[in-house]
Write a protein that binds this ligand. Structure first.
Ligand code: WT7
Length: 656
């Protein structure tokens, strides 16, 4: 973001007071901040008490930086909290999910009682394949109810789940299976994407050639596609789960029992397995879901439009809403230019009252225009949420004015895979919001913006976002790599969690997130490491060297721009051709997944380097963003930049 743009942001004078009717009965209360400030641990204990525990904890927190344990000695079962307890409370007939297929060609209504039966069968089915407490189970599935059922069945068995986003490549999948040391994978034959069936199992079959540990594959039939079958290893869901008993006794696990892991990109080529445990995670996702979205389970229809393959789906499609007994919409599809008003139709039809999505989606819907909304009655909406990247004030205002009819609070929620739950956000009914600001740390959460020395900046200052006290849903580590955990998050400033985001405090002391300050890109709310993409590119036989930067993009927030020098053996007429560029883009998609496909690949005979041989990324970013170049006197070969610039102007670019 340029300084003038940022300045304009920080002097934002628009304020949106909470609507009086909402404020009158809001779940969040202004005095929660004081309450938590007076005794943070007692505050979290009260939130934890909303869960159903088999044994109560004896101690709230054990903090040996950077390792925390919460609700020590307590025991509980995540699935029982999400499902059984509602059925036992007589709410079995309440709808847990309205599932809508891609393009709304098929619908399924799943009550809490249905979910209990399905989850019990799946737990019995997985157990019959040998899954027991502590075993990791990798889940590679699209947005179908069986995915939720599988996640909950794992929680029920105490088997940490490792969900891998279904758009990741077979290589990404095998890496995550091996690192997590899973013995079982659950998947589907295929999935529906933009109206058409696409295969899923072939990626698993390919991944499994490199995963010696996998013993069993459980396959849900979704598209009916022909699949290769390995006898003894592969089992159909309808053979294993359907006939299984629908009664399953759940065991209570320790509060610190691992609930799941989720791989996310860091600054190296190897994704990190972020580990979450049970009691603290469930406490904070349930609390935040209740107060940040003002959930009234008996009357709200809540729709989080994320994919279950990301942390947002785990915390706010599965665990948070279910623990709170919410009725959710689960939509298999994504916004699609041939189906521009699908979202508005669904909201009107299902009377959705809370919508949670990402800025990139809001910008897409905005581009398609308010006229797509006009024919649909969106008056059921009362809270709108945003997550995944900084939301620009234009998108924020459009969201509030057009989607929310100028009535609804917009909550811009900052958090990460690592934090497990929302950390910084306005509270509907309490906070007067500013377009584009995440505002303040939630009650019980301690966030700060610090300078290079780790000292808090004053109002009007900028620096690094840190979290200064442990929180219940914090990651418990990186799977199998304590050193990397310490190094990544706790080494920049002593005993303070370093989030990797830049932030500013405005004159009122409210927090504005400014994006990553490390080698992590944020493309459409998805976290992608520059190193990972570079690694994929240099793995291509024709590539000698590669440098990747994230360039500001009006739609996707950031876009991946790659600078590549071909190997000497590649003839110039080949390397300068469109086909070569296309093959490199496809190569990255194949290695990592389509989300990592560079928007542009610039082929250049040299990369700009400093005298000590470091690639000048700042310069590449300037080029990628078409900015005037700053000081380039340290450049080893200043002509390199000109060559790259010419290439760029020559239009070696490609947009999807
Ligand atoms: C990174 C975490 C949290 C679930 C989705 C992404 C960026 C997230 C916001 C926001 C500005 C945001 C940060 C963060 N981010 N929410 N409201 N405003 N930036 O989870 O993949 O772990 O990515 O997403 O850069 O560090 P993730």
């Amino acid at each position: 973001m340029t300084e003038p743009a940022l300045d304009a942001l920080l002097h934002e004078s628009r304020r949106f007071e909470p609507p009086a009717d909402l404020a009158a009965e809001a779940n969040a209360k202004a005095d929660m901040y004081d309450e938590a400030g007076r005794d943070r641990l007692a505050f979290w204990e009260r939130q934890a008490a909303d869960l159903t525990w088999s044994a109560k904890w004896s101690k709230v927190l054990e903090w040996e930086p950077p390792f925390s344990k919460w609700f020590i000695g307590g025991t509980l079962n995540g699935c029982v909290n999400a499902v059984d307890r509602h059925v036992e409370a007589g709410l079995g007939d309440r709808v847990a999910y309205y599932w809508i297929s891609d393009g709304d060609t098929e619908r399924r209504t799943i009550t809490y009682a249905d979910l209990l039966r399905e989850v019990s069968k799946a737990a019995n089915g997985l157990a019959s394949l040998g899954v027991k407490a502590g075993d990791r189970v990798t889940i590679y599935m699209p947005m179908i109810p069986e995915t939720v059922v599988t996640i909950l069945a794992c929680a029920r068995l105490g088997a940490p789940h490792n969900v891998v986003f279904c758009g990741f490549s077979s290589d990404s999948l095998s890496g995550r299976i091996n690192d997590s040391d899973s013995h079982v994978v659950v998947t589907t034959d295929g999935q529906f994407r933009r109206g058409a069936p696409t295969p899923v199992k072939p990626a698993v079959d390919e991944a499994l050639q490199k995963t010696p540990g996998i013993e069993k594959v459980l396959v849900v039939r979704r598209t009916g596609a022909e699949v290769d079958w390995t006898e003894g290893r592969d089992h159909w869901w309808h053979d294993v789960v359907e006939p299984a008993s629908d009664s399953h006794e759940a065991e209570a696990f320790d509060s610190e029992h691992p609930l799941f892991m989720m791989y996310t990109s860091g600054t190296t080529a190897k994704p990190k397995g972020i580990l979450h445990t049970t009691g603290g995670y469930l406490t904070q996702v349930a609390f935040t879901h209740r107060v940040v979205f003002d959930l009234k389970p008996e009357r709200d229809i809540y729709w989080c439009a994320a994919d279950i393959g990301w942390i947002t789906g785990h915390s706010y499609i599965v665990y948070g809403p279910l623990i709170n007994g919410a009725t959710s919409v689960m939509y298999e599809g994504t916004p699609h230019p041939a189906d521009k008003d699908r979202w508005w139709k669904l909201i009107a039809d299902l009377k959705v009252s809370i919508l949670y999505t990402a800025p990139t989606t809001i910008r897409t819907l905005m581009k398609w225009g308010a006229e797509e909304l006009a024919p649909h009655d969106l008056s059921s909406l009362r809270v709108l949420g945003s997550v995944g990247e900084p939301i620009n004030p234009e998108a924020w205002m459009w969201y509030r004015e057009n989607v929310g009819g100028g009535r609804t609070p917009v909550v811009d929620t900052w958090w990460q895979t690592e934090t497990g739950a929302i950390m910084i956000s306005p509270l509907p009914g309490v906070t007067a919001t500013k377009p584009g600001a995440a505002m303040t740390a939630l009650p019980g959460i301690s966030a700060e913006v610090v300078d290079n020395e780790g000292k808090p900046v004053g109002n009007g200052g900028g620096g690094f976002l840190v979290l200064t006290e442990p929180w219940p849903s914090m990651l418990r580590g990186i799977w199998g790599d304590d050193e990397r955990y310490k190094e990544t998050y706790w080494s920049r400033f002593p005993d303070v969690y370093f989030a990797g985001d830049g932030a500013k405090k405005d004159e009122d002391g409210d927090i504005w997130l400014l994006g990553r300050i490390d080698d992590v890109m944020n493309v459409s709310g998805h976290r992608i490491s520059t190193t990972e993409v570079e690694h994929a590119l240099v793995g291509h036989p024709s590539v000698a060297e590669a440098a990747v930067v994230g360039a500001t993009d009006a739609m996707t927030g950031q876009a991946i721009v790659a600078f590549v020098t071909p190997r000497g053996s590649v003839a110039e007429d080949v390397s300068s051709g469109e086909e070569f560029v296309q093959s490199l883009r496809d190569h990255v998609a194949k290695e990592i997944g389509p989300i990592a496909k560079p928007r542009q690949v610039l082929v250049t005979p040299e990369l700009p380097k400093t005298r000590s041989g470091k690639i000048m990324r700042r310069l590449l970013r300037d080029i990628a963003e078409n900015r005037e170049l700053g000081d380039v006197t340290t450049l080893l070969d200043p002509t390199v930049t000109d060559a790259i610039r010419e290439r760029m102007a020559g239009g070696d670019t490609k947009e999807e």
